[in-house]
Design a protein around this ligand. Structure first.
Ligand SMILES: Nc1ncnc2c1ncn2[C@@H]1O[C@H](COP(=O)(O)OP(=O)(O)OP(=O)(O)O)[C@@H](O)[C@H]1O
Ligand SMILES: [Mg+2]
Length: 400
């Protein structure tokens, strides 16, 4: 019997490799050609053009469903402007930040500050009042007579995390020019949540949305062309079968034309094909890939549950198809095993509804005549999946 590790390493060394450049399939890769987005590229560029003449562009709001190329297009326009700025020595600063990656408004502002080369001493990572952070950023712009563009990607996350003062800062940020003697500040907000306007202060929206660019959905045919282009760059010739390509495009294009999902599917299918030492990506690999991506999503979401949510899921697993009362008893006995104080039945009932929203469990109202009604819950995923997701949680060891 050969060693299992050696066997894998041997296969990797001698084995077939059908992906010639993996990085090209990564979501941060900026493709050379952006297909089907000429008009959007023009609109974004047009809107930011004034900066090259050292005047202030209007604030801009970019909208569109997930995976429609918003981040890609904005980054590409910025990098093109940057190229010219470097030649010209204009005091122009282009700054990009993603609010999903920054967990606070403070973090987001510091990220902007750092990109304007404010150091730790001029702008500490913690400890200042938000308004002070903001003031120091404006001072830097003013003193350097900078023309700055701040891009806030996934700005809808910001809407969720800002407090009342945060909302005010956001408003001030959009109106910063009124406070600047020299230099200028333009904001570009990107959002895939078409309803986020309702979550933000209407004053913020009106000043942020001085200009708007809407990204329309890709259709299946367009997704297919995008995939084809990516395949040419990242896979060896003739290694992705036509039906596999078609299925990727159909699956991702069916709903609203999500290019990210299409490229993810392609990457995972390619990896599965390589792992199975196949010399082509087939329609079967794409089917397996959809399943794998779906499972990964569930696993990641289960792993991120707080302890008592996990206990509730385990309680349902032990008493599948039970009523709220039975689940609560089962939950209480689990708490005993791992010596945790139990929460009230009211809280657990509320938690069940929250978990139901995530789709991991399914509830059904049962009428019991004179006894009123109760809700019975069932898992929609396998208990293997749950065990696999929770196995690294040390607190749960005695249960699993
Ligand atoms: N027209 C296109 N040509 C080539 N690749 C594209 C095109 N549009 C999108 N992509 C690719 O699809 C993926 C998703 O695009 P992008 O990140 O720009 O989406 P997005 O609109 O910002 O989505 P989200 O709202 O979820 O952030 C990226 O890998 C990007 O390179
Ligand atoms: Mg994006």
């Amino acid at each position: 019997m050969s060693d299992p590790i050696d066997r894998l390493l041997d296969a990797a060394e001698s084995g077939k490799s059908i992906i010639k450049n993996r990085d090209i399939l990564h979501f941060t890769y900026i493709p050379k050609i952006i297909l089907h987005r000429d008009s959007e590229q023009e609109q974004v560029a047009q809107s930011l053009l004034p900066i090259l003449k050292q005047s202030r562009p209007s604030n801009l709001l970019v909208y569109g469903k997930p995976g429609t190329g918003k981040t890609l297009v904005v980054k590409k326009v910025l990098s093109k402007i940057q190229e010219r700025v470097e030649k010209s020595k204009f005091p122009i600063k282009l700054v990009y930040s993603n609010s999903k990656e920054e967990t606070t408004l403070y973090g987001l502002l510091v990220s902007f500050g750092r990109q304007l080369s404010l150091n730790e001493k001029e702008l500490p990572t913690t400890g200042l009042a938000i308004s002070e952070v903001f003031k120091r950023i404006l001072k830097k712009i003013d003193e350097g007579k900078l023309n700055a563009i701040f891009v806030i990607d996934e700005i809808d996350y910001l809407a969720q995390l800002v407090s009342k003062t945060g909302k005010d800062i956001l408003y001030q940020l959009t109106r910063a020019n009124e406070r600047l003697e020299y230099g200028s500040l333009t904001l570009v907000g990107i959002s895939n949540d078409l309803t986020f306007k309702e979550k933000l202060d209407p004053r913020v929206i009106s000043s942020l949305g001085e200009e708007e660019v809407v990204f329309t959905n890709y259709n299946v045919e367009q997704i297919k062309k995008i995939l084809q282009e990516r395949i040419n760059e990242s896979f060896l010739e003739d290694t992705v079968e036509e039906p596999a390509l078609n299925l990727c495009a159909a699956l991702a294009g069916g709903e609203h034309g999500d290019a990210r999902r299409a490229i993810d599917l392609l990457r995972v299918a390619g990896e599965l094909a390589e792992r199975q030492q196949s010399d082509k990506v087939t329609i079967e690999h794409v089917r397996e890939a959809t399943q794998k991506i779906e499972e990964n999503k569930e696993e990641t979401s289960l792993k991120s549950y707080p302890l008592h949510e996990k206990l509730v899921v385990l309680a349902i697993m032990k008493a599948n198809g039970s009523s709220t009362g039975e689940i609560y008893s089962s939950y209480k006995s689990l708490c005993k095993i791992i010596r945790q104080d139990e929460l009230t039945q009211r809280r657990i009932t509320q938690m069940l509804s929250e978990i139901e929203l995530s789709g991991i469990i399914n509830g059904r109202l049962i009428h019991q005549g004179i006894h009123g009604r109760t809700k019975k819950y069932k898992l929609t995923i396998s208990s293997e999946m749950i065990k696999k997701s929770f196995k690294d949680d040390l607190t749960l060891q005695d249960i699993i």
